[in-house]
Write a protein that binds this ligand. Structure first.
Ligand SMILES: [Fe+2]
Ligand SMILES: [Fe+2]
Length: 411
């Protein structure tokens, strides 16, 4: 990947370094031991990376074929604010994820796991820096009557704390290392989809930012998947701190928020029209679902190979197929010994009207009582049996409860 490196205005550079000292002081430990864990990989540097773009012309939407926008002022009407909102949301995810990972960094299952997370945090810091660059390198992020939109956005982002980030997934407090791992697996994966789509971005500086970020994101996903499989296999052997049920609960917590990061699956046409993304929400989300299904399957193959030593991958697949088809025990392996991909209707707070806040179980069945859909309180009782115990009663859980009650009282 060819790119050139650059920095941002000193004042903002210093501000993000201050942010790092407060929110990510462990960066020093990573730098001290970089070669012990990542020999051959160039050490982390806080820089913006400006990659190359496929073409100078807009690839999709209403401006297709026209020259890409080099200046924010060329984006008229809603496109200007919509682009700003995407940059702001992207940057908020980067900063939020650092604040989240840090909460449970010391509970890593291994030193290798801990340093993988430290590197992920450092790279997310660079991604935040990259989004600052998108705003800072262009003096036209301004609007009459609204002033310096870039400055306001950067300042707002630097002041965001957990609970105040743009997207729900970035406000949930981590409680154990399973959160770091599941999150790197399913939440960073949404990031990959967003970055891939945004390679077409009609605003050129944003498009140029995507390649280098994507390359770094591959390490985040890879680390998450590897650690998740290891934890699954340890659980199958009865070793380590986590059971398969714990892994399932973590999946039940994070996956629905990952699905919602795409935006309502029935929408997303505006971003395509403006040439910001090349897929609608639903298209990208369904590809994501299939990819997560594959990740879950790979963990299950690892589990089966632990429980039935000597089986090939193909044989393990066949065992899993049989268990999933019949829903009963095969070769001594019970369905609950395997990880289940939750249904898309489970535990949703945003998305299609048909199922948002609906009492759906992890398999997508509508839960009912006396022939009627389960009441909100009944559903909360159900959720407490399938979500991590420490999530129940937390700030983001309470937010969900409030939003659910408001949803039902306004109908
Ligand atoms: Fe990132
Ligand atoms: Fe990431």
């Amino acid at each position: 990947m060819t790119y050139t490196s650059t920095t941002i205005t000193q004042r903002y550079h210093d501000a993000i370094v201050d942010w790092q000292k407060k929110n990510f002081p462990e960066l020093d430990i990573l730098m001290k031991h970089w070669d012990d864990y990542f020999k051959g990989v160039p050490p982390f540097q806080l820089l913006a990376k400006v990659g190359e773009i496929k073409s100078d012309t807009v690839e999709v939407g209403q401006y297709q074929g026209r020259k890409r926008f080099e200046h924010a002022r060329e984006m008229v009407g809603n496109a200007f604010f919509s682009a700003r909102d995407i940059v702001r949301a992207q940057c908020s995810t980067e900063l939020g994820s650092i604040q989240q990972h840090r909460l449970t960094l010391d509970r890593a299952v291994s030193d290798r796991g801990k340093f993988a997370v430290l590197r992920i945090m450092a790279e997310e810091l660079r991604h935040a820096y990259q989004m600052f660059w998108v705003l800072d390198q262009d003096p036209t992020w301004k609007k009459p009557g609204l002033g310096d939109v870039a400055k306001q956005t950067i300042e707002e982002l630097l002041s965001m704390e957990l609970g105040g980030h743009v997207l729900d997934a970035f406000n949930i407090d981590f409680n154990d290392f399973l959160d770091n791992v599941t999150y790197a697996t399913v939440i960073d994966l949404v990031g990959k989809y967003q970055l891939e789509m945004q390679q077409v971005f009609s605003y050129a500086p944003m498009a140029r930012s995507m390649g280098p970020m994507l390359q770094e994101e591959a390490f985040h996903l890879g680390s998450g998947r590897k650690l998740l499989k290891e934890i699954g296999q340890m659980a199958a052997r009865g070793e380590g701190d986590y059971s398969i049920q714990d892994v399932q609960r973590a999946m039940n917590l994070w996956y629905p928020r990952g699905l919602e990061m795409f935006g309502n699956e029935h929408g997303g046409e505006t971003a395509v029209t403006f040439g910001f993304k090349d897929k609608t929400n639903g298209t990208a989300q369904s590809e994501y679902i299939e990819e997560v299904r594959g990740v879950v399957r790979n963990v299950n193959v690892g589990i089966v190979q632990e429980l039935l030593p000597g089986r090939s991958r193909e044989e393990a697949h066949a065992v899993i197929d049989a268990i999933e088809r019949g829903g009963d025990t095969k070769h001594g392996i019970k369905p609950e010994d395997l990880l289940l991909l939750p249904d898309t209707k489970f535990f949703r707070k945003r998305g299609p009207e048909e199922f948002v806040f609906g009492p759906y179980d992890v398999r997508g069945q509508l839960l009912s009582e006396h022939g009627k859909p389960l009441s909100p309180d009944g559903y909360l009782a159900y959720l407490s049996t399938v979500l991590p115990a420490r999530f129940i009663g937390s700030r983001e859980y309470n937010k969900y409860v409030d939003q659910m009650r408001e949803y039902y009282s306004s109908r």
